[in-house]
Design a protein around this ligand. Structure first.
Ligand code: DAH
Length: 357
C-alpha cells in the first residue's frame, strides 16, 4: 500500500471513530490513539525521517493535512459533546424554587448577628429615604484619607493602623480601607446632591483583642443637601436609635469630639438603660457636619451644599443589642455559637413586623 493510501485509511478510520465518540473521555482516548506520543499519526510522523528527502516532503505534507483534519474534527466533536453534557446536566440539576423549604434546613440554618443587624439598619434607613451605596475594600489613599481632610503627615493616618498594600510600579499605593468613610468620597464624586446614603461594609485595621479584630464592619451614613444643620443630624440619629433598640424613648448624649472630616464633630452615647444595663453611657457612633474642605475636595461648593455624616461599628452595635461579649467569637465559625446567637432565616426584620422578633 502506498503511503498516501495508508494516510487516507488512517484518516477515514479516525474521523469515523471521532464521529461516533459518545462522551468526552471516549474522545480523549481516540485523540491519544492518534496524536499521543505513541499515537498512530505521531508514529507515522517519526517514520518520515526514514524516507528519501524528495518523498519526505510530499508525504510530510499529506500527513500534516491528515493531522489537521483529525485535529479539527476532534475540536468540533469536543464542542458538540461539551454542549450535550451541559444540556443533560442542566436537565438533571433542576431546582424547583417553588417547592416549600425543607424543615431540616430551616431547623439548622441561622442568620449571623452581623447580617441580621445589617438588615435591621438597612430597613430603618430605607424608611428614612436613604439608599445603600457600596465601595471596594481595597481603595486608594486619596479616598481613604486625603480627600477626607487627613493629609499624609496627619497622625490619624497612623492612629488607624492601616494595612498598606505594596505599590505596583507606576501606580499609587493602595490600602485595605480602614473605614467606610471612603464611600462618602466616592459618592460625592459621582452623584449630584441631594445625596442620602448609607454604606455598610468590611473595614480593616491592624489590631486584635477582645474588642478588636483585623477585619470588622462599619456603616457610614451621608446626607448632603441645601440648608442642612445639626438639628437634622440629631433628629436622624434619635430616630435611628429608637428604631434600632426597639424602644419608644432613648436617652442620648451628644459629646463634642474631633474627626478631621467633620466640623463640628460629635460622638453619640446612649443610656445603657436602653439595653437593660443601668448607670452607664455606651458609645454608639461618631458623627458630625461634613467639613467644608471635604465638600470642596469632592467638587461641590460648601456655600451651597452642607451635610452630615456618621459612622458606626456594625459589630459593636450588634454586640450591644444582642449581649455578645467577645468580638472574636463573631468570626470563629463556631456552630454552637451560631445556634445560640443566630437568627431564624425566615424572620426577616421589618419595621412593621418587628426588627428582631
Ligand atoms: N470614620 C470614622 C472611624 O472609622 C467613623 C466616623 C466618624 C465616620 C464620624 C463619620 C463621621 O462619617 O462623621 O472611626
Amino acid at each position: 500500500m502506498s503511503q498516501d493510501n495508508k494516510y487516507q485509511d488512517l484518516e477515514t478510520i479516525f474521523l469515523d471513530r471521532i464521529d461516533s465518540a459518545t462522551n468526552l473521555s471516549d474522545l480523549e482516548r481516540i485523540r491519544v490513539a492518534a496524536m499521543g506520543k505513541k499515537g498512530q499519526v505521531s508514529l507515522l510522523m517519526q517514520e518520515l525521517k526514514n524516507l528519501l528527502p524528495e518523498h519526505r516532503k510530499i508525504y510530510g505534507q499529506s500527513l500534516n493535512a491528515v493531522k489537521s483534519k483529525i485535529n479539527a474534527s476532534i475540536k468540533i466533536r469536543r464542542e458538540e459533546l461539551e454542549k450535550l453534557q451541559l444540556e443533560s446536566r442542566l436537565l438533571r440539576e433542576v431546582t424547583d424554587v417553588t417547592l416549600p423549604i425543607r424543615p431540616d434546613s430551616l431547623a439548622m440554618g441561622r442568620v449571623h448577628p452581623i447580617s441580621q443587624v445589617l438588615e435591621e439598619i438597612v430597613e430603618i434607613f430605607s424608611d428614612l429615604g436613604f439608599s445603600v451605596a457600596d465601595g471596594p475594600d481595597i481603595d486608594n489613599e486619596d479616598n481613604c484619607f486625603t480627600k477626607l481632610n487627613i493629609p499624609s503627615h496627619h497622625p490619624a493616618r497612623q492612629d488607624m493602623d492601616t494595612f498598606f498594600l505594596k505599590a505596583r510600579s507606576g501606580c499609587s499605593r493602595k490600602v485595605l480601607r480602614p473605614h467606610t468613610s471612603s464611600v462618602q468620597i466616592r459618592t460625592m464624586m459621582t452623584q449630584a446632591p441631594p445625596i442620602k446614603i448609607i454604606a455598610p461594609g468590611r473595614v480593616y485595621r491592624c489590631d486584635n483583642d477582645k474588642t478588636h479584630t483585623p477585619m470588622f464592619h462599619q456603616v457610614e451614613g451621608l446626607l448632603i443637601d441645601r440648608g442642612i444643620h445639626l438639628g437634622h443630624l440629631k433628629w436622624c440619629l434619635q430616630e435611628f436609635c429608637k428604631a434600632f433598640f426597639e424602644v419608644d424613648k432613648v436617652k442620648m448624649r451628644f459629646r463634642a469630639s474631633h474627626f478631621p472630616f467633620t466640623e463640628p464633630s460629635i460622638e453619640v452615647d446612649i443610656d445603657a438603660d436602653t439595653i437593660g444595663k443601668p448607670g452607664e453611657w455606651l458609645e454608639v457612633l461618631g458623627s458630625g457636619m461634613v467639613h467644608p474642605k471635604v465638600i470642596r475636595n469632592c467638587g461641590l461648593d460648601p456655600e451651597c451644599h452642607q451635610g452630615f455624616a456618621f459612622g458606626m461599628g456594625l459589630d459593636r452595635i450588634a454586640m450591644l443589642k444582642y449581649g455578645i461579649s467577645d468580638l472574636r467569637d463573631m468570626f470563629s465559625g463556631d456552630l454552637r455559637w451560631m445556634r445560640h446567637y443566630g437568627f431564624m432565616p425566615l424572620d426577616v426584620p421589618t419595621l412593621i413586623g418587628g426588627l428582631s422578633s
